[in-house]
Ligand binder design. Structure first.
Ligand code: ADP
Length: 585
């Protein structure tokens, strides 16, 4: 594709060093010699102008494409909003695959299994992540009619998906990511729960067990539940629900894997049940999708709407402006996307799902001086996310007026409930923003800071050292900043134990992931989930000495508080982890 010409008066991007490292390694377009052929200004203009151009398809559009391109460019380069990585990498290029999230079906035949392997490879090559449910596969040792042999079962086939992923580097940049889901009533469930026991096994997968309401009730009552062979729908044994639950809890304590998802709850929020049942999420769990569906995500940086003079310290007008532009941006991304499979294009165009979420939440709380682990923070979370959902819906309604509602609207639950019409079947999702938050220089998703100062392992062993800017500013304001203090914080990550050096007011506000009681991790997840159409990416980070009981309580709380799933991670339980404080690196 031709290079877009840069307008002469375009503001150059001011970018931090870490962001520049990430962008030049992975995001800039590369020439034949593998060297970047664009800089950040050119990259953001490529994205802004190509996404704005989609506006020309719609005669009733209220904003000229040229004006919109400028607005999109400013929105991104002021670090107020970023679309998911594939959009940054591929918009305005020949590849044109712009979505981060896909779900593929895995049918119970060799042809269908290997189709899924192939489709996943095509998606990984284009920068997307894939989720699969393996629940339809007949269990290990079940008869195979056509050959008279016996089946290998889901876990054995999972290995093929894992190996295929290993071999495909996405567009020469990063390896693919997968979610593997198995229903708790599948006969191979115990093998699945134990599959990641050996470290490094299935390293390209996150595993989650899909728990049903029936199962959770059986856990409560300490009863047995039936295992059902999917290909015959017949019972094939029974297990004690509480024992299975205990095993899940223990495995999560040992390695963080598998996670759990509440499948019935996810399907209760399926906006288009007539198009199919949701059986899986994308790799990080925040985006449940129908088979062959894809979704593009984007995140508003809440750190940028801090306004001490405004109601609750948030610039609501600016947040509204960002949300409306972001929804238009994400809806345009759907039209600009080229998918590797026709079936995916059809599904995506039927529902036009987008996933607008937030990042920089912990940074906003730091600026507001509200501790993450407080009821005040939980209430503000509800207020902010309700606003994102309401304004996101208003924006989607406006787009429906200009462009028509999503084609499956008439058969959706919104039509039934008299809501809408909307342009998009889902509007909100809270993503992890693992890389986006580095680019925007903010805290990731709705997570608390992992540490106030830390080294981050990114891509190919590169290490980035970062200190939270709001913390540093607060120390200077209070007159307690010193090089020596910074070094000691970098070694510890947390200031909880520094009562002798730091005032209480600072220690209460500048909390980090492991200072926060699990109940507040959960409350925060649940607060955001209440106003999120899709799901919320959140890890309950626990100190190394957390117990199996702690994890059991967390799982139970997640169930009771209406979360769609939960992920826990106990510090240091694996030998390599993405984030580490000075002490553990
Ligand atoms: P980003 O890199 O854009 O910050 P996130 O950390 O927010 O991405 O992840 C959002 C989604 O993007 C994930 O749930 C997954 O679907 C997809 N994704 C993230 N990392 C990868 C990867 N290495 N390979 C494939 N997909 C990925």
């Amino acid at each position: 594709m031709a290079e877009p010409t840069l307008p002469a008066d375009l503001k150059p991007v001011e970018i931090n060093t870490n962001a520049e490292i990430v962008l030049s390694k992975r995001y800039y377009r590369k020439g034949g010699d593998g060297k970047p052929v664009e800089n950040s200004t050119q990259m953001f203009w490529r994205v802004a102008s190509s996404i704005a151009e989609e506006e020309n398809k719609y005669p009733k559009s209220t904003v000229p494409a040229e004006t919109l391109a400028r607005q999109f460019y400013d929105l991104m380069t002021e670090w107020k909003f970023l679309p998911n990585s594939p959009t940054l990498m591929n918009a305005g290029t020949d590849l044109g695959q712009l979505s981060a999230c896909f779900v593929l079906p895995v049918g119970d035949s060799i042809e269908e299994i290997f189709d899924a392997v192939k489709f996943a490879a095509m998606i990984h090559k284009s920068g997307g992540g894939t989720g699969f449910s393996f629940s339809r596969l007949r269990p290990k040792e079940a008869r195979v009619g056509s050959t008279g042999g016996v089946a290998s079962g889901p876990v054995s086939f999972l290995r093929i998906f894992n190996t295929a992923t290993e071999q495909i580097k996405q567009g020469g940049t990063r390896r693919g990511a997968n979610m593997g889901i198995l229903r708790v009533d599948h006969p191979d469930i115990l093998e699945f729960i134990r599959a990641k026991e050996r470290e490094g096994e299935f390293n390209n997968f996150n595993f989650s067990v899909a728990l049903t309401e029936d199962f959770m009730k059986a856990v409560e009552k300490n009863e047995e539940y039936p295992l059902i062979a999917p290909h015959t729908k017949r019972e094939r044994g029974r297990l004690n629900a509480r024992e299975v639950f205990e095993l899940l809890v223990r495995k999560a304590w040992e390695s963080g894997d598998p996670g759990i998802v509440f499948l019935d709850r996810i399907n209760r929020d399926n906006p288009t049940p007539t198009l199919g049942e949701i059986e899986s999420t994308n790799p990080c769990g925040e985006q449940p999708l129908l088979p062959y569906e894809a979704c593009n995500l984007g995140s508003v940086n809440l750190a940028k709407v801090f306004a001490p003079e405004k109601d609750a310290g948030v610039d609501w007008d600016e947040l509204r402006r960002i949300i409306h532009l972001a929804v238009r941006f994400l809806d345009n991304v759907i039209d600009a996307s080229q998918f590797p499979l026709e079936r995916i294009t059809e599904m995506v165009r039927m529902n036009r799902k987008i996933g607008l979420g937030v990042m920089g939440w912990a940074d906003l709380l730091y600026q507001l001086r509200i501790p993450y682990n407080s009821q005040e923070a939980v209430h503000l979370a509800e207020r902010v996310m309700e606003f994102v959902l309401e304004e996101g819906r208003a924006a989607s309604r406006q787009l429906a007026k200009e462009r028509g509602e999503f084609p499956a609207y008439a058969e959706s639950v919104y039509a039934e409930r008299g809501l809408g019409p909307f342009r998009n079947a889902t509007i909100t999702t809270i993503a992890p923003t693992g890389t986006l938050s580095i680019i925007a220089g903010c805290s990731s998703g709705i997570e608390p800071l992992f540490a106030l100062s830390f080294a981050r392992n990114v891509m190919d062993g590169e290490r980035l050292v970062e200190t939270n800017p709001y913390f540093e500013a607060a120390l200077r304001e209070e007159g307690c900043w010193s090089q020596k203090l910074m070094e000691s914080i970098a070694a510890k990550g947390s200031v909880r134990q520094m009562a002798d050096i730091l005032p209480d007011s600072l220690r209460k506000v500048f909390v980090t992931a492991m200072d926060i009681e699990p109940v507040y991790h959960l409350k925060m997840q649940a607060a955001f989930q209440q106003y999120t159409d899709n799901a919320v990416s959140k890890t309950v980070n626990l100190p190394h000495d957390a117990t199996v009981d702690d994890i059991r309580n967390i799982y139970w709380m997640a169930y009771e508080q209406g979360c769609k799933g939960v992920t826990v991670y106990r510090d240091g339980c694996l030998s390599s982890q993405v984030l580490c404080t000075g002490d553990s690196s």
